[in-house]
Write a protein that binds this ligand. Structure first.
Ligand SMILES: [Zn+2]
Ligand SMILES: [Zn+2]
Length: 294
């Protein structure tokens, strides 16, 4: 409760209501019980799907407990931008169900002053859960964090960097490939932006192309607060893979150890394996954040 982590218990004063999503939700055909997902993961098996109940289905009455995805303290992650009034703890939630005809998701940021929250007399023992989740990947696997500070560089595509610089980057990429073949480093994958969860830095625009994100309340260009991503490593950015997650006898891509526990430890997915960027307003962190899948 007092650590930064993905999944796991939130620092949540016992007298505060848990966030609910009250919008209408799409009905599913089948789902997975959270406890069965946990048991299956521990056993290394796949959970059994259950038919979606016809009556009294979760979400039909319009109040679904949000799923806590992560909480981050600035004491663990010094680069975490401040929330309203200097808040230093951010908690991130996602509604476990689908909204609207285009499969939209609803997210929530809850900022806190950690010292104030830690002074509560009692805390929520267990977060409320829906009886069925629509997918195994809706339930985060609790993961402690070992934050690492790294230098990052902008995504290199139309307008994010001067055209002449992008030309030089392309030429460098070509030279690397000619020299090292399939283990060659690339600017985009290995130098600019690491895979996985990250705080601050630059947005990646792999599926959308670069976008300007402005505050809907005051039109100020927004800053990237954090990025959530299901996969912590991939072959295209293998140089970021931690040494502890490599076979020391092998080199390059071949040295990456596989399996979900290493490559996708949180078990979460965002869109079709995209990056979920959370932008906040630098002129007033209390303005509504924007959630951008890219
Ligand atoms: Zn919802
Ligand atoms: Zn604003």
């Amino acid at each position: 409760m007092r650590d930064s982590h993905i999944g796991g218990p939130m620092l949540w004063p016992g007298d505060e209501p848990w966030p609910l999503c009250r919008e209408p939700h799409r009905r599913e055909d089948e789902g997975y019980a959270p406890d069965e997902i946990r048991t299956s993961r521990a056993a290394g098996t796949w959970p059994k799907s259950r038919p979606w109940p016809d009556a009294g289905a979760p979400g039909q009455d319009g109040s679904v407990p949000m799923m806590g995805l992560a909480q981050l303290f600035r004491r663990d992650i010094p680069a975490l931008a401040s929330g309203p009034d200097g808040a230093d703890l951010v908690q991130i939630f996602r509604c476990p169900f689908i909204h609207g005809p285009y499969g939209e998701r609803r997210y929530l940021l809850r900022w806190r002053h950690s010292r104030e929250a830690e002074r509560a007399e009692r805390f929520l023992a267990k977060a409320p859960e829906v009886p069925l989740l629509r997918g195994e990947d809706e339930l985060p696997e609790p993961c402690v964090l070992h934050p690492e500070e790294v230098d990052t560089y902008p995504w290199a595509e139309d307008g994010t960097l001067p055209a002449s610089l992008i030309e030089r980057i392309d030429a460098w990429d070509d030279a690397q490939t000619a020299e090292r073949g399939c283990d060659a480093a690339s600017y985009q994958g290995d130098l600019s932006i690491p895979p996985g969860w990250r705080v601050g830095g630059y947005p990646s625009w792999a599926s959308t192309g670069p976008m300007a994100i402005g505050c809907e309340a005051c039109a100020t260009p927004m800053r990237l607060l954090l990025t959530a991503e299901g996969y912590e490593m991939d072959a295209d950015s293998h140089s970021w893979a931690p040494l502890e997650d490599r076979d020391q006898l092998l080199q390059g891509k071949a040295s990456m150890r596989g399996g979900p526990a290493v490559a996708q430890p949180t078990r979460l997915r965002f869109g079709r394996d995209r990056d979920l960027h959370v932008f906040t307003c630098p002129s007033n962190p209390g303005h509504p954040p924007r959630w951008v899948l890219a």
